[in-house]
Write a protein that binds this ligand. Structure first.
Ligand SMILES: Cc1cc2nc3c(=O)[nH]c(=O)nc-3n(C[C@H](O)[C@H](O)[C@H](O)COP(=O)(O)OP(=O)(O)OC[C@H]3O[C@@H](n4cnc5c(N)ncnc54)[C@H](O)[C@@H]3O)c2cc1C
Length: 433
């Protein structure tokens, strides 16, 4: 085991929490610094004033393949706050309310997924077969990521329009937060292999049974109980660098923290401010809009629904009855500028058109959350932007965050993996000193 006595981790989102856990487990003394007053970063919760409900800044969906995320939650002892599907199950509902269910529970593993797709009533049989053929080619490594966007790849492999609109589009928007015309096909291939078409545990969807804050807030106590330190409401403003190594991290309150090594777990624009000489380029960002709707009665018994052909993309049932639902609109560049009242009206109308069970149900309250910088937008011809050139950086720094070269879309799991990888890097460098 290699030790760093003074390891400073900047940023307490998922990358920072995973890095802190890894660093402490490997014997380092960690100081975790975040400018916010809570850990969790872009995946956090707050109290909605009108109803006093604890809600998330946006619904987050996890999958069984989120191994690093699950390992961190295990450490924090909050893994029991997750609700796992028995097998991958997605209910698709179209604009007129026609339902079609992808249910992978009939057979184990990948066969279950194939049977689930073959039984998808909303698609023509030939389209279902096309999806399976394409997935098989991906799984057999017959399709390698080139510079294609998702739509180019799907067209190249003859995916019919109903398969694209009613199957690929909801999955791509949810996992890549990017329009099909821009989204990196390499990320789609990664998600297909690791998650959707992996089968078994990996393909299961996982919903937090509680708020995101409940999942991550115990991190502060866990870290301090191990003898390490958490400094919230503290912004890292600059570094003192001597002989090519960071010796101190300067905080906004004037404090200097002595550092043997530093791991940054912050978005790329924040890193550019902190270390202007870093050889990194910023990404365009992709917004996500969430609409919370409170109703006066029960109308929904599914935990989640993918909507097809509507502004609403996914509906999450927050109380198992539909009295509170969270609607997600990903890749929302064209939506984020709309007036909130218009968004609420449109979402409510679309739900009423698709769900006859809403007859007589009254909308009591609503809230629109616009996360304008939800995730970076990864384009196929910009992959190298995610690769950090360490040769031009101080020796004792590690760089993490969902935007780094994780091979995954910008997700909690990508962030968590990047945090662990950055710790491994600084520890290896330390050993070589
Ligand atoms: C609405 C929404 C929905 C999403 N849905 C999903 C989903 O369903 N599934 C999924 O897996 N992912 C989802 N994501 C993406 C996921 O939330 C992010 O990929 C992940 O949280 C990023 O973690 P991170 O640690 O890389 O960065 P962040 O969470 O951004 O953490 C960075 C932290 O660094 C701090 N910081 C920045 N600069 C400084 C500084 N100079 N000094 C100190 N602190 C600093 C910030 O305060 C922040 O806490 C969603 C994101 C949003 C916004």
């Amino acid at each position: 085991m290699s030790e760093i006595n003074r390891l400073v981790i900047i940023g307490g989102g998922w990358a920072g929490i995973a890095a802190a856990v890894e660093g402490i487990e490997r014997g380092c003394h960690v100081t975790l610094v975040d400018e916010r007053q809570y850990v969790g970063g872009r995946a956090h919760s707050f109290t909605e004033k009108h109803t006093s409900t604890e809600i998330d800044n946006g619904q987050h969906l996890l999958m069984g393949c989120y191994r690093q995320t699950l390992s961190v939650l295990n450490k924090l002892n909050t893994q029991h706050l997750l609700e796992w599907q028995r097998a991958l199950r997605v209910v698709f509902v179209d604009v007129n309310g026609k339902r079609s269910i992808l249910d992978a529970s009939k057979l184990p593993g990948i066969l279950g997924i194939a049977v689930g797709i073959l039984r998808l009533q909303s698609l023509r049989l030939s389209s279902r077969i096309s999806i399976i053929r394409f997935a098989l080619m991906v799984l057999l490594n017959r399709i390698q990521p080139d510079e294609a966007t998702c739509i180019e790849l799907l067209n190249e492999h003859h995916q019919p329009s109903d398969a694209i609109n009613a199957f690929w589009k909801p999955l791509i928007l949810a996992t890549l937060n990017s329009p099909l015309e821009i989204a990196d096909s390499g990320m789609l291939i990664a998600v297909m292999k690791l998650a959707i078409f992996s089968g078994g545990e990996n393909s299961k969807l996982i919903l937090p049974a509680t708020t995101l804050g409940d999942l991550t807030s115990p991190a502060t106590a866990w870290i301090t109980n191990q003898g390490s330190t958490v400094r919230l409401k503290s912004r890292a403003e600059s570094f003192v660098i001597e002989n090519g190594r960071i010796t101190h991290v300067k905080l906004n309150d004037g404090t200097n923290i002595t550092a043997d090594a530093v791991v940054t777990c912050i978005p790329v624009h924040a890193l550019k401010r902190l270390l202007p000489s870093a050889p990194i380029s910023e990404f365009e960002v992709s917004p996500i809009v969430n609409v919370y709707l409170w109703y006066n009665g029960s109308w929904l018994d599914e935990p989640l629904v993918a909507m097809v052909g509507t502004l609403v993309q996914w509906v999450f049932n927050k109380d198992n009855q539909g009295r509170l639902v969270a609607i997600t609109i990903s890749a929302a560049a064209d939506v984020v500028g709309l007036d909130s009242n218009e968004l609420i009206t449109r979402c409510d109308e679309e739900l009423r058109n698709a769900f006859p069970t809403m007859k007589g149900i009254v909308l009591l309250h609503s809230l629109v959350l616009k996360e304008k910088t939800a995730t970076p937008l990864f384009k196929p011809n910009e992959r190298t932007k995610r690769v950090v050139d360490y040769s031009l950086l101080p020796d004792n720094i590690g760089i993490a965050g969902d935007w780094t070269d994780t091979g995954l879309p910008a997700t909690i799991e990508g962030a968590a993996r990047s945090g662990v990888a950055a710790i491994q890097r600084v520890l290896q460098n330390q050993t070589r000193q």
